[in-house]
Design a protein around this ligand. Structure first.
Ligand SMILES: [Zn+2]
Length: 688
């Protein structure tokens, strides 16, 4: 928010009018937000903390101007290194940036109370012109869409706006283009990212204890992810908090930039529209554009959920399911989307009445209120679909018409390969989040009560989905980017359902083994295993000192049965042929404490039904409403320190393990945004 450059470079000429305002006018016109975010703009510090991009990676420039009372903005520019970004700019014959829209620095239209102006000189559309509360009525938001720069190094960004009285308002920020070393060996053609949502070190250890067992103080075997040769620790903070949610937790890895909590593929702005925020390009979009790679998204969650959406979707509202799934489809030519597998059918089924009350019988939760229409500046600048408010849309039919084979269940997923491996694949195996491994495996073993109650008795396991996805994606000779998410490690850790999240980690690890075998056959593949953040502050506190039968007989026993230190010994589970424990209800079972916990009644017993998932259009009545009532009247009360009735995410660093081409780049302690630039180097420049 500087009128005066603190760095001494890019110093704007100060007009007499501006100096007059600086001399004491409390309502001095100012640029109150400059995007990309920079510490130079925010605090004046030329800090190493800076927005970074790969060469040619597109991103939006945006300023919010609060003019003097009664004044309007008549012209503007975004200046990078003393060059206007509103005109094409060459250095030594190289096109440094290329405006993809018709640009003019003259404002030709303004909105009613507040003004949102695209750099194309047009308003960003009715919905985009509503500013957040607290800004001056004549505040103006100006965007320069889809800018890119291919010159490595730190660049100064100066925003300039001129009022109708001639006053010039400026602000200075900066950003960095991270160069790619083109001389460093062979590239990774395929990038596979396993994201164990909420999976901290404790979750990994717990899955190892249960599935491999310990004896004489040593693990009797390793998880597939334990066998990866390189492991680092990742800092997971978002743009606005040390504690991230899953949206920035994922998108930071695949954009190189920090998002605010609940936002994906965008920076915060001052308009209310959740789909008009300043964007930046995803890894999928960048590598599809540059190399023709495909994108695969595989999750056990609803496919609109924060992690899968954070591979390709641009919105500041992670809950806007209708718009999110529409954008997956409508902008598939941007991302290269070829595989989409998970839950979330409720967003793909038509809802012509735009109603969710009563719940449509087909389960649809499509709504106008969480859909979008984009303004001209985004459509023209980025070359993306405009969108429409269309709850009546039959998106499964549209995917099919576009060449995707569709699978509704495990049998359908198998059948999709009967006539050969499809080129594109859509699988929607439940209305919202899929059932967890604990309940899917119970169903396969003959206890179908839970999967029947959800209405989806034939759901695939994540390793089966991974196998199908890799077969389809590997048909592209240019390679692919794949996200494979074990989503309910997080969801069940929030619910403090130890038995369920432990099996979720085992399910994820079985999928990792599938990808590791793929990478052994295809050495031009990089496989990463990580998490977006830790969830629940899970800690392996010990093991029960009593038998399973005793726990059942006395579910109020509580603290008295928690064996710590040597009393924990080595919990023993028996693994079945299907790769999962015969039961988690064993004598001397492993016990988990939660450091970010809400109140719960603890019995240390498995819960017959999963705790309520509010995303389900038809949640089964047998599910307990939340952890605080789950065992009420049976267990002992463990009081938590966080508000609400679920455990929360934590800011603890999480492990990242790497296998394959370029894996050695992932040692040490690094930021989640660093992962993007490591991948960029390995996929584009190569890894020595
Ligand atoms: Zn979570």
């Amino acid at each position: 928010m500087s009128f005066v450059s603190r760095s001494g470079r890019g110093l704007p000429l100060l007009t007499a009018a501006v100096l007059g305002l600086l001399a004491g006018d409390a309502f001095a016109a100012r640029i109150s937000r400059l995007t990309p975010p920079s510490e130079l703009f925010a605090s004046g510090e030329e800090s190493p903390v800076i927005a970074r991009f790969l060469p040619g990676q597109r991103f939006d420039l945006q300023m919010t101007i609060e003019p003097d009372p009664g004044r309007t903005i008549v012209s503007f520019d975004f200046i990078v290194d003393d060059q206007s970004t509103l005109r094409p700019f060459w250095v030594d014959g190289e096109l440094i940036h290329d405006p993809r829209a018709t640009l003019t620095s003259t404002i030709t239209e303004t909105g009613p109370a507040a003004t949102c102006i695209a750099a194309s000189g047009r308003t960003t559309g009715a919905s985009g012109c509503t500013l957040v509360a607290g800004l001056a009525g004549n505040a103006t938001v100006i965007s320069r869409r889809a800018y890119s720069n291919s010159r490595a190094g730190v660049h100064t960004l100066r925003a300039i706006a001129r009022q109708d009285d001639g006053t010039t308002i400026t602000a200075t920020g900066n950003f960095e283009i991270v160069g790619i070393d083109a001389e460093s060996g062979q590239v990774a053609k395929n990038i596979v990212i396993f994201l164990g949502d909420g999976m901290g070190a404790a979750h990994r250890t717990a899955a190892r204890i249960v599935s491999r067992g310990y004896a004489q103080g040593k693990a009797k075997g390793l998880l597939a992810m334990d066998t990866f040769p390189n492991t680092g620790m990742v800092m997971t903070a978002s743009l606005n908090s040390i504690v991230t949610d899953s949206a920035p937790g994922m998108q930071n890895y695949v954009t190189g930039n920090k998002a605010n909590n609940n936002e994906e593929g965008v920076w915060p702005d001052d308009t209310r529209d959740a789909f008009d925020n300043p964007r930046y390009e995803y890894l999928s979009e960048y590598l599809h554009n540059l190399q023709g790679k495909s994108l695969g998204v595989v999750t056990t969650a609803d496919v609109f959920d924060a992690t899968p959406a954070s591979m390709a979707i641009h919105t500041s509202a992670r809950g806007n399911g209708t718009g999110i799934v529409d954008q997956f489809f409508d902008d598939r030519d941007q991302s290269g989307l070829a595989v989409l597998l998970g839950g979330g059918r409720k967003w793909f089924l038509p809802n012509p009445s735009d109603s969710t009350s009563p719940q449509p019988v087909n389960g649809s939760q499509r709504r106008k209120s969480n859909d979008y229409v984009l303004g001209d500046d985004i459509v023209n600048g980025w070359g993306v679909a405009r969108g429409a408010l269309d709850p009546e849309r039959d998106l499964i039919a549209e995917f099919r018409d576009a060449g995707f084979r569709y699978a509704a269940d495990k049998s359908g997923l198998d059948a999709a390969f009967n006539a050969g491996t499809p080129d594109k694949l859509l699988g929607l195996f439940s209305y919202s989040n899929m059932n967890v491994a604990y309940d899917k495996i119970a169903g396969r073993r003959g206890d179908t009560a839970v999967v029947d109650a959800f209405g989806f008795p034939d759901q695939p396991m994540l390793d089966e989905m991974t196998d199908a996805a890799l077969k389809v994606l590997s048909k592209n000779p240019n390679g692919f980017v794949a996200l494979i998410e074990g989503a309910s490690i997080d969801k069940q850790a929030h619910l403090m359902d130890t038995d369920r999240w432990t099996l979720e980690v085992i399910e994820l690890d079985r999928a990792i083994a599938v990808a590791k075998r793929f990478a052994e056959r295809n050495p031009d593949t990089l496989v990463l295993v990580t998490a977006d953040h830790e969830c629940s502050g899970a800690a392996i506190i010990g093991a029960a000192t009593v038998s399973a039968a005793t726990l059942e007989a006395d579910p109020d026993a509580g603290k008295g049965v928690v064996g710590i230190y040597e009393a924990a010994r080595f919990p023993k589970y028996t693994m079945a042929e299907d790769g999962y424990p015969e039961t988690t209800h064993v004598d001397g079972k492993m016990l988990i404490g939660y450091g970010a916990n809400a109140d719960r009644y603890e019995t240390w017993l498995p819960s017959r039904f999963p705790t309520r998932d509010t995303q389900q259009p038809f949640p089964p009545s047998q599910s307990p409403a939340n952890p605080s009532v789950r065992n009420e009247g049976a267990g002992y009360l463990v009081t938590g320190q966080v508000p609400g009735d679920q455990a929360a995410h934590t800011a603890t660093d999480i492990p990242l393990s790497a296998y394959g081409r370029g894996a050695h780049h992932f040692n040490g302690v690094f930021d989640n945004t660093d992962v993007f630039f490591k991948i960029g180097q390995i996929a584009v420049g190569g890894a020595d």
